[in-house]
Design a protein around this ligand. Sequence first.
Ligand SMILES: C[S@@+](CC[C@H](N)C(=O)[O-])C[C@H]1O[C@@H](n2cnc3c(N)ncnc32)[C@H](O)[C@@H]1O
Length: 491
Amino acid sequence: MAKKPSSLVDTRVIYCGDNLEQLRKLPDGCVDLIYIDPPFNSNRNYEVFWGETKEKRSFDDRHASTAAYIEFMRPRCVELRRVLKKTGSFYYHCDWHASHYVRVMLDQLFGENNFQSEIIWKRTTAKSLAFSGFPNNHDTIFFYGGGDTLTWNRPFQEYDLDNLDEKTAAKYSHRDPDGRRYTLGDLTNPNPNRPNLTYEFMGHHKVWRWTKERMREAHAAGIVVQPSPGAVPRLKRYLDEQEGRPIDTVWVDIPPLNSQAVERLGYPTQKPLALLDRIISASSNPNDIVLDAFCGCGTALVSAENLKRQWIGIDVSPTACRVMAKRLRDVTSLVEDEKLWKVGRGFIVRDLPWSEDQLRKLPPFEFENWAVIALGGIPNKTQVGDMGIDGRIYPVSSAPAADGKAAGRLDFMDAWYPVQVKQKDKAGRPDIDAFEAMMTRSDRTKGFFVSFDYSRDALTEIDAFFRKSGKVIIPLTVNEILNEQLARKLV
Ligand SMILES: C[S@@+](CC[C@H](N)C(=O)[O-])C[C@H]1O[C@@H](n2cnc3c(N)ncnc32)[C@H](O)[C@@H]1O
């Protein structure tokens, strides 16, 4: 792997923070390809990472939020345009909520003449049947780029030989005895003024595409044939030798992530790798720099890494940054390590809020995620239900033995410890009382509580609860977690 493709900018870095601020730190014209998939409504923190939940909104509501959305996106797109090379490509992923306004904004910023395509990505399942009208079943991806100098590796979709569409089957209607499909191509030259290619071949005096020698060889190899005795010779073009169907702007062949997908991390906004693979392969070359400034679970970064591109990711959510760092470690050969990064073999996450002070300022939902993930647990996605706890830890020792796994036993799923998080200066006795009630109701023997500190009453109650019931509550402070760097060890 190359150490550093650009002296202008660091790559293989995930920046945690608002992309408006992070982008301002990047120099002009430093990246080759930008893909963004911003959340429609960034004000609602909960939905930012975990997905839009309410499809049906009144027109007024929608209009107000569309205007706010464009207002939010415009300065970010200005920055994105600035950091994109003149020869670069820009992809903006959105949907029906605001695609019409986004197109107008992008035309203004990138120039109508640099508009390349509006890609329709069909998700195979409609989003919702809850309202009247046709169910929305596609996303829109706008593609802008600088004209003639654009990097473009035309993507093809391989033909499915067992399930050919009618048009292709009609075109490749001839078959060899072994069933191989072919079509017959013209061998005459469109340019009549080629004396060196003008000769008689198989009884036909014409201007040919190939030299006489090449024609003879191809005929001997059975590739140039006369479709009927005495007919003009033609070229056999085999279907299985074609690159495939050039991919157009309607993409129906990339399914959304289903619940069983191996790559799925559990976030509804996660996009399939195949989608990013297509965009990145088409619009960049190896070692080019790919930027995703709303990178969520890091799909674009994983794709870029797999395709041997350099990458930069930005996300405002510390949870998203930790999730994608773990994903990169798990599914690529990259190590999260500053020293290795410096010699071109690792990646780093910058600007995570690690100080107590920064953690105090996080929105509650982000703080809860941070704490649960720091303990190696799984945050509770719904925030309601699940008995009001914020996450669960599944201890390693609870995994079933190999024979149990083989038999499909899932009883280990019941061995979990609840995690309760309070973003408070001091968790008090009532907080502990509520957690104890939950532990008793759900028959848990051990649980973790995280807060900045605990009142004396709270700690006394934790002891009393243990003496009374034998159940253990472990009170952890944020400071303890930070000092032990638990987040780094356990995520
Ligand atoms: C729809 S998700 C992206 C999903 C991603 N394409 C994937 O496949 O995982 C949008 C992401 O944008 C992030 N985001 C929202 N506002 C942001 C901002 N101002 N700066 C940086 N990231 C932001 C959210 O935290 C969220 O992770």
